[in-house]
Design a protein around this ligand. Sequence first.
Ligand SMILES: Nc1ncnc2c1ncn2[C@@H]1O[C@H](COP(=O)(O)OP(=O)(O)OP(=O)(O)O)[C@@H](O)[C@H]1O
Length: 303
Amino acid sequence: MIEVDNLTVTYGAFTAVDDVTFTAAAGRVTGFLGPNGAGKSTTMRVMTGLTRASTGHALIDGRRFADLPNPGREVGVLLDASAQHAGRTGREILTIAQRTMRLPSNRVDEMLDLVSLTGAESERRVRNYSLGMRQRLGIATALLGRPQSLILDEPANGLDPAGIRWMRDLLRGFADQGGTVLLSSHLLHEIEAIADDIVVIGNGRIVAQGTKRELLESAGTLVRSTDPVVLTAALRDAGHTAQAAGGTASTDALRTDASTDVVGRVALAAGVALTELRAAEGAGLEEMFLELTAETQREGAAA
Ligand SMILES: Nc1ncnc2c1ncn2[C@@H]1O[C@H](COP(=O)(O)OP(=O)(O)OP(=O)(O)O)[C@@H](O)[C@H]1O
C-alpha cells in the first residue's frame, strides 16, 4: 500500500503539490491522472525519496522510501526510462541492479524474457534503444526485486499498441496477485482501460478521486438536442445541473445530473427534440477529466 498524507511541495513561492492525500491500495491498480505540470511526477519523486516534501509525507507499506533497507525489493520504480545509463547495455543495467539488490543472477534472464527483450537486444547499448525498448527495460528493472509495489510514471510512453496491451496485462496480473500499482498518465484512455481506482490532479491539487466506477457514474447523463439553451434552462428549472459537456460552450452536448428518463420528460415538456441521450459513461472519462481540469489546463487557462 502507498499512502500520501497532506503532501505539499513548494519551490520558492511556487506550490507544485498542494496538500495532496490519497492511498493506492494493495491488489488494485491506481491511476494518477492529470494534465501536464499537474504535479504527478513531483508526487512520485517524493514517494521515491528524490524530492523532499515541504510538509506531509508519502509512505510505502508504512515506511518512507529512505527508511527501506533494500528498496528495490519493496517497491519497483520507473520514473524516467531515458534516465538509464546510455553507454551500458540493457543486460548490464539489469545485472548491476540484480547485484545491488543481492538477487540470484538468473533473475536477469527471467526479466529479459518477461519484457520480451531478445538476447541480441539485451547486448545493445541503451543509447541505441527505442523509447519503447527503454520502457521495457525500465519495467524489467522495476520488477527485478519482486517488489510488492510499483510506482510507474507514464509507463505506456513510447509503447506501441501491442506493447500497451502487454503492459496492461502485466500490471493487471501484478495487482491480481496482491501487489500495489500506482501509475501516472495524461493518457486518459490508458488509465480508463487499466485502473481500478483513479486520482485526478490539477494544478497540484486533487480534483477527484474514487473507484473508476464511481467516477464514471458521477459523470451523469449526456444529451444533445436541437436547442441546448432552452434545454439547459428547463433542466435547471427542474432542479438539475446542466452544463456544456467537456467544459466548453461550443458544443450542443450537455451534461446533467438528471437521469435519462428525466431528461426525456423535461425535454418533451419544453418542446425540445433530443438527438442523443445516454449515460455519460459511454463518453468515457475524458470528458469528465477535461471538465474537472478545465480551469487547471494550460489550454483552458490561455483561452
Ligand atoms: N525543481 C523544480 N523547480 C521548480 N519547479 C518545479 C521543479 N520541479 C517541478 N516543478 C514544477 O512543478 C509543477 C509540477 O511538475 P510535475 O513534473 O510534477 O508535473 P506532471 O504532472 O508530472 O506533468 P507531466 O505530465 O508534464 O509530466 C510544474 O509546474 C513544474 O514546472
